[in-house]
Ligand binder design. Sequence first.
Ligand SMILES: Cc1cc2nc3c(=O)[nH]c(=O)nc-3n(C[C@H](O)[C@H](O)[C@H](O)COP(=O)(O)OP(=O)(O)OC[C@H]3O[C@@H](n4cnc5c(N)ncnc54)[C@H](O)[C@@H]3O)c2cc1C
Length: 397
Amino acid sequence: MNASGLSPDQVNLQARVRELAAGPVAKRAAEVDRTEQYPWDNVELLKDAKLLGMTIPQQYGGQGKNWLDAVLVIEALSAACSVTGRIAVETNMGAISAVMAYGSEEQKKLAADMVLAGDKPAICITEPEAGSDANGMTTRADKKGNRYVVNGRKHWITGGGVSRLHLIFAKVYDEKGNEEGIGGFLAIRDETQGLKITKREPTMGLRGIPEAVIDFEDMELPPSALVIPPRGLKKGFADLMNAYNSQRVGAATVALGIAEGAYQLALDWSEKRHQFGRPINEFQGLQWKLADMSIKLRAAQALVYDAARSGEGGFPDMLLAAQAKVFTSESAIQVVNDALQFFGARGYSRELPLERMARDVRMFTIGGGTAEVLRNVVAGALLKKKLPQTRDGYLSS
Ligand SMILES: Cc1cc2nc3c(=O)[nH]c(=O)nc-3n(C[C@H](O)[C@H](O)[C@H](O)COP(=O)(O)OP(=O)(O)OC[C@H]3O[C@@H](n4cnc5c(N)ncnc54)[C@H](O)[C@@H]3O)c2cc1C
């Protein structure tokens, strides 16, 4: 897809990343899926191409690129390999952007150095009993003297076992056991006792990045590990979740990229494949399908780019990010499914990428806020109120 409104630098960036994606990244995609191994070689490729930590400000070694720059990179990579696209999301958005916005100088330097060296930070929010209702988390950080002691379990943590830097959300309690709200802590795997990767989830798709259960067993952290100081904790969670709007735009972009890749394959195949003595793209049923696919992609791209642009100088707008993620994730699933249909039996074969794309793209109406919960976010923003979610009525926080 070619969108208007890009600067000459952005057009160049897009062309450069498309070349990388069509070359070495595409070549590895099937193997990454089959072996379920994290593509460290692609991390090196991204590092050499200066695509990791692009959004990190220059004073911390990054390039100070904007969200749309990152989106263009993620979109192009995801058309070839969604796992590599996700690595670009998580090294430019989400946890790293939360730390760069709200962290101390020391935390910013630490996180920037790690990401620029190739680490994909993990963000730890979801728990077995607290998914969409993140406020219901039970992982706790108890202040004891000059340290916090963290106990609890997170699951479905992307990168668990390969990521080193972790941004961990927990309910914080003072010395007397009074709850202070939800806070985010930084911890480095292998340097923090009590941080244990206890299971890898057997996922349907996106298999090159582990999704893990992480247990915290009396994990001790200094107060300097808190990304937001205690007095700001209540507001702190909202701030940190604000940073998550960038991740949502990133997730929508991966879905968009996968669908664009699948659409292109279907378009090319529709010219090559002949049945009844003519190319299958001469059948009107398929022409209309192609038309509908292109319309969905064009609309999704416009929403994603618009949401990215809304974050100039801060984070993407919550409403625009939610609208973009709902529409793009649902449309992308439909487009990939339609693209697979163009290939007949071949589409169902593991020798072509369509079945992998169908498994990969299915995730994006779930992770990072489900389509249903994001519709609540959209409705809440339109009605300018927090919608009741519990039987008791409105949420207190
Ligand atoms: C591949 C993958 C990667 C992930 N990576 C991470 C990660 O790195 N870090 C992390 O913290 N989490 C991660 N997650 C977890 C993800 O954010 C959660 O799965 C998601 O928030 C939904 O929570 P849940 O799975 O517990 O579903 P539930 O909350 O149990 O929801 C079940 C169903 O009920 C619906 N539902 C729930 N509440 C409402 C409501 N109020 N209104 C309408 N419908 C509702 C949901 O939409 C869903 O359809 C990942 C998940 C996946 C699949």
